[in-house]
Design a protein around this ligand. Structure first.
Ligand SMILES: Nc1nc2c(ncn2[C@@H]2O[C@H](COP(=O)(O)OP(=O)(O)OP(=O)(O)O)[C@@H](O)[C@H]2O)c(=O)[nH]1
Ligand SMILES: [Mg+2]
Ligand SMILES: [Zn+2]
Length: 304
């Protein structure tokens, strides 16, 4: 008889599936892999599945239930298609740190575009504010204001500032969220701080590269005591944009949605074309130079 459960961890071959807190190790029959050549992982953490328990106590996944949404990225290591980072989330947070590793707005922008394109509500966490030097926080706060102005929730946190992560924790209650970001920014540390008793493994930053050492190796869905669920994911070096039509990219920049209606050409890419509403808005200071720069960077990559 089939049971319904949620995938809380995936190691590639085995999936941990939870039903009312009881966890079963499940296998996935090969046919699911053949079905979906365009994705590298047919089942992702957060998926709801139907499974059956065999005589040896292990399970077999028989069906993957339709997803509300998912966060994809371009597959790495030269593989074709996309990798599903997580499925069925109410909010996806991109986590960055002020320093160690340095804040990367290009990463944030690629993440936000992905979430807009896949209709996943997004938010931004900037961690390690305690490492800011001199007037660095002024610049970081300006970045925060920029994204708030675009409608995204932004949290500044430090695991050394209890008030800061408690504020974020309130936004994680009663829903499923995910932390996604480079290695070493403190995704797992934030969870440990918010939920004492979790004791998830964290790792030092490499003193040579100032980056993390990929301490978290598998995505994992963790229950919080405020009835929230949060998925901790392994750090990712690159958030490769999935394939998007060049002329559609600007749809995923909230500040370009109105101006693009004034472009002369319906398939305008807002780069070299005359009478472009987006370039006009940019020249009038209505689109931030960093954001327009990110747009052009992404546009160029979509060429390939
Ligand atoms: N100063 C400071 N250090 C922090 C903060 N948050 C995390 N760290 C440190 O940063 C290092 C990396 O933290 P992790 O939580 O392992 O980072 P992660 O994002 O989970 O990294 P991966 O699992 O590799 O993706 C650890 O040494 C933490 O103690 C913070 O707010 N301030
Ligand atoms: Mg981690
Ligand atoms: Zn245009």
């Amino acid at each position: 008889m089939n049971k319904k459960g949620r995938v809380i961890q995936s190691t590639g071959k085995w999936y941990k599936v939870s039903t009312d807190g009881t966890v079963t190790d499940c296998r996935l029959p090969g046919r699911f892999r053949l079905d979906k050549k365009e994705v590298t992982n047919p089942v992702a953490v957060g998926d709801y599945v139907l499974y059956e328990i065999g005589e040896d106590g292990s399970g077999q996944i028989n069906e993957i239930l339709p997803r509300d949404n998912y966060v994809p990225r371009q597959a790495t290591h030269g593989r074709r298609g996309e990798q599903i980072l997580v499925a069925n989330v109410d909010r996806a947070w991109v986590v960055q740190s002020v320093e160690q590793p340095k804040l990367n707005t290009g990463f944030i922008d690629r993440f936000l575009v992905t979430c807009e394109a896949y209709e996943v509500p997004a938010g931004i966490v900037i961690n390690k504010t305690d490492l800011a030097k001199g007037n660095q926080m002024e610049w970081v706060n300006k970045i925060g204001e920029l994204y708030r102005g675009l409608g995204y929730p932004v949290f500044m946190t430090s695991i050394k500032d209890e008030e800061s992560y408690k504020r974020l924790r309130r936004d994680l209650s009663e829903i499923t969220s995910v932390f996604i970001g480079p290695s070493g920014v403190g995704k797992t540390s934030l969870l440990n701080a918010m939920e004492p008793g979790l004791s998830l493994r964290t790792g030092e930053i490499s003193s040579y590269s100032q980056k993390g050492k990929h301490t978290t190796t598998f995505a994992r869905l963790v229950p919080l005591s405020n009835d929230g669920y949060i998925v901790d994911t392994p750090g990712i070096r690159e958030l490769g944009l999935v394939q998007i039509e060049k002329s559609e990219l600007s749809l995923y920049f909230p500040e370009m949605v109105e101006p693009r209606q004034h472009c002369k050409f319906y398939n305008c890419t807002h780069y070299h074309e005359p009478k472009c509403g987006v370039v006009e808005a940019y020249e009038e200071g209505k689109i931030h130079p960093e954001r327009y720069g990110s747009y052009l960077n992404m546009l160029e990559k979509l060429d390939y």
